[in-house]
Ligand binder design. Sequence first.
Ligand code: NOJ
Length: 591
Amino acid sequence: MTTRRAFFRQLCISAAALPVFPRAMGAFKAVSVDSIVSTEPWWKTGIIYQIYPRSFQDSNGDGLGDFPGMTSRLHHLRSLGVDAVWVTACFDSPNADNGYDVRDYRRISADFGTMGDFDRFMAEAKKQDIRVILDMVFNHSSDEHEWFRQSRSSRDNPYRDYYFWREPVNGGPPTNWPCAYGGSAWEFDKTTGQYYLHHYAIKQPDLNWENPKVRHELYAVLNFWAAKGVSGFRFDCAGEISKPLPFRDMTLAELKDNVIDYRTTGARLDEYFKEMRAATSAYPDLYFVGEGWGMPRDRIVRAVDDRNKELNSAFRFDFMLQNIRDGWRNLPWSLQRLKDFNKENQFDDDPHVWPIVFIEDHDFSRSVSRFGSSRPEYKDRSAKLLATMLLSLRGTPLIYQGEEIGMSNFPFTSVSQYNDIGVYNLWKDLVETGKVPAAEYLANNAITSRDNSRTPMQWDASSQAGFTTNSKPWLAVNPNYLQVNVESEAKERGSVLSFYRDLIRIRKSKPTLILGSYHDISGDHPQLYAYQRSGSSGTLVVLLNFSDEPTEFRLPISFKPKAVVINNVPQGKATLSASVPLLPWQSLILE
Ligand code: NOJ
């Protein structure tokens, strides 16, 4: 097995120290491939893969994925060519929100195994040269966390200020804040006659970061896992840890816009991030990536600017949220908005900011079902087109489990098929109260629900797709597993999986794709997304036909294509002329 370093060395040799112009240091300056690879941190040149442990691989037949299962599948990630794995919420939890309600930050969830299983996972990942990133849910804990049990027990308990407690106002909640999962964000607790704040479920009370004791407890948790060798952390709800204080009612306008935008306006966010970084200074290379949901661009830029020593990067959701309203309603998406978002998310004019690029994660439905073709004959081709975009933009690409085989949405027809608190609560709030007809809610939810991306990983064509031996996995396997699975795609040259493997190899052999500048050249083309990536070794042009119709694209006169780097229509010949014809959903990278 080649190690990651050896793999890069090999590429560097074959690329013959090609000069390139990374823009990461401001003004262009020529450096060799070798020096780029060795001077940039791994999280700039690398690719991250997200595992949703509950659905990745079950090893003991209980219908839930686990650490031994993940360990047994690390070779899949190795052969894909990724550099790091983000293990989604995996700590001890009563699972009110599938692990995003942590009962003990220093224990692995018993559903997923023991600390010994985790340690074996870490050791195997190290052997395979794959780094591990853990998911830190620090905006809130579980109501079953010892801190909260203490906190709610009496008004003068030493843990009382670990959470936000407020008196009732006019006999009701202290403010009009809604909870992300329906109802009020305040829950009355009769033991002490006060309300506590929970941005998410009632079982997810928000931690009070104003209290330095809370912060230091959480920083100690980071050091605990860093000592176990993890390479970084993804911070859940990162923008919400600092609260807008003093609490007041949101205005109607604030309530109408995404309420989370208001919740991320707390004044002390940068201070907390800086303090968190300083508190983990024994591990200066830790990669910190925040979930920037709700945070405006300028706040994200400040938090990830490398001079500020806060986060390294943050997920931005501006584009991902554009076609979902109120957490369930599906709206048409727009290619122009994708182009606009990418343009302002490439940051190639800012040497201090490095983006993370993704079109799928555990909180959204499958990208091929959202942004790809609805025609079955173009499904795989559009999955490959999306891969071409994901792996040719500037920023760290995040591949979500199953995306690399083109997993698509589940055919949900009834509310009982879901396993998501958000779906159940909205059903109660909207359908059971008669505000929205059941059929309308179900039809929209089937398209937008995050459970679409949480169905078990499809490994092979055996029963339950090789995910579990249990006939009842925690969420049903997508019936398309007979066609869409790792084993069959690994054998097929033209599969989505083979395409991902090729693309990843190509990205790693062409530093211009990683560090080069980005320039949108689509003009006002309605269905084609075209951009160029440039470095001193030349220019690459990416052409993406987001349509069931063929089209043609006139290349800029300054670009004379010499070769096709990759084509998602293997049998289709790409024309290297000034005007390039493209088949439906065809994607090309030219050089
Ligand atoms: C964002 C996580 O990604 C999501 O899955 C979770 O439900 C919420 N934060 C609350 O922790």
